[in-house]
Each structure stands twice: as C-alpha cells, then as structure tokens.
Design a protein. Structure first.
Length: 272
C-alpha cells in the first residue's frame, strides 16, 4: 500500500526522465475517425496508419495519451506545448506496430474489454472521442520482449497510469476527464500560462526513472538511427551509415563531374 501511495500520477508529470528514449507524439485516432469510417466517408481511415512507422515492428514500450487541444483533423503538428498532453496508459509488446494497430481498429481491451461494464458507460476511447479529443501515442524500441517487460515494470513502480489496471490499481477515468476539462477551460489564457512555464528552471523538473535504450530512434524520420545494433551470425555488431549500401563500402574515388564513384570495389584490387 505504501508503494502505491508514493507513486506519481503520470498525467501530473509534464516532463519525465524517460522522454529521451521515446519517439515524438503522433495521433493514433482522431475524434471523428471511427465515426467517419463507419459512415463510409470517402478517403477516411479508421485510424492514422500513416503515423505508425515501419520501424515500430519490433519489441518495445509505448505510451498512450489524450491531446487536449484541437488538432484540425490531425494535420496540426504535435510539437506543441507538452502541457496539452495527458498521458494515460503504458504498455509493452513484442511488436509495437501490431499492438497499436489493434488499438487503432477496435480500441482493444481499453475500449471494450473487462475495464468497462458493457451495460454502463461507453469505452474509454469512445468517451474521449465524444468530447472532441484525440488518442495519441509514442513508443521506444527495446532489444527484446524481456527487456520491454522489465522496463514496463520499473515505470509502473514509479508512475500510476490512469488507464492501467493490471499491477497498477483502479482505472481513474473520471480524473482524466476532469483534467482534460480543466485544460480546455484554461486555454483562453494561453499567453499567461506559457509565460509562467518559461519562468520555470529548464521548463520544469523531470520526474521518474532514466531508461537507457540501446536502440535509439531518429526523431526526424521515425526510423532507427544508422548506428544501431544488427545481429550477425555469431555476435552483435554496429553498422554505420546507410544500410542500403554494401557492408564493405563503396569505391569513393572522385569523378570528373564532382561526384564520387559508388560502385562496389572488386576484392583484392585497388583503385588509383
């Protein structure tokens, strides 16, 4: 009981020590995506599949959140004030992309599972959509599922995620709705609020635990960085640069037009 009482409510922590290993926030489902898809509107997807990078088809952690500001159909960049994001759920999977697709299509256990009595309120996702908010996500790659499970357990010992139930406690859906409502009501005072944020040293103290991931993410492209681990036949090795190029490199000799030769050099021969 004491450990539970000492945990931080995740939605109260604007900055965390594990931020650096996670990708940027992306929209998973907009407030009208499911409804528009069910109505058969042309060109409408059930969720934002284009926001799921192919590199997320690997073991990893993910956080789900709710964005408390309008996103103009999902076209608005999520590089906005992190105070608009309410983080509600933590999970892990051996294939993050597949798991996020499950949430995108049906909401998974969070919208129709045993957390929600079928004869009472709507699912968690549907209740969020009914109020005009979007479900967002970010993720962090891990070497394998075992490491992902370990880091998930460490984070759950530190933070109370409002929508987590297993090993976490009761689902705090009403607290999240209240917090989202209070954020919406304060939006008319954007400038004074932002001025107050800038007065904080380093924009607020970071909470929680530090996670050192051996599989970093390229924030610009949502892909793995060039210097990542690749599994060889006998051991792990680093690969540098463009993975589309042969492992033994290119010729590199300067050509007359100012470019360099990108042909693979013949083994045992030197170019002069």
């Amino acid at each position: 009981m004491m450990a539970t009482l000492c945990r931080l409510k995740r939605e109260e922590c604007r900055h965390t020590k594990h931020d650096s290993v996670f990708s940027k926030w992306e929209i998973l489902i907009g407030p009208s995506d499911w409804e528009d898809h069910s109505l058969g509107k042309e060109g409408v997807q059930r969720y934002r599949i284009h926001n799921l990078p192919n590199s997320s088809s690997c073991p990893g952690l993910y956080e789900l959140g709710v964005i408390a500001s309008p996103t103009e159909g999902g076209r608005k960049s999520l590089k906005h004030d992190s105070e608009e994001i309410v983080v509600v759920y933590l999970g892990q999977a051996d294939n993050v992309r597949t798991r996020l697709q499950q949430y995108g299509r049906f909401g998974g256990h969070l919208d129709r599972g045993n957390l929600i009595p079928s004869n009472e309120r709507p699912g968690l996702f549907r209740e969020i959509f009914s109020r005009g908010y979007s479900i967002i996500f970010r993720w962090a790659p891990m070497l394998d599922k075992k490491e992902a499970e370990k880091k998930e357990a460490e984070l759950l010992r530190c933070f109370d995620y409002a929508w987590n139930k297993v090993g976490n406690g009761a689902c705090r859906r009403d607290e999240i709705l209240q917090k989202l409502g209070s954020k919406a009501s304060r939006r008319v005072h954007i400038f004074p609020r932002k001025l107050k944020v800038w007065k904080h040293p380093i924009f607020g103290e970071k909470a929680g635990i530090t996670i050192h991931s051996s599989v970093p993410i390229d924030e610009q492209k949502g892909l793995f960085l060039p210097n990542v681990f690749k599994t060889g036949k006998f051991q792990l090795r680093f690969v540098h640069g463009n993975n589309d190029l042969p492992e033994h490199g290119i010729c590199g000799v300067a050509l007359g037009d100012g470019s360099v030769c990108r042909e693979t050099p013949s083994l045992g021969r030197k170019r002069v």
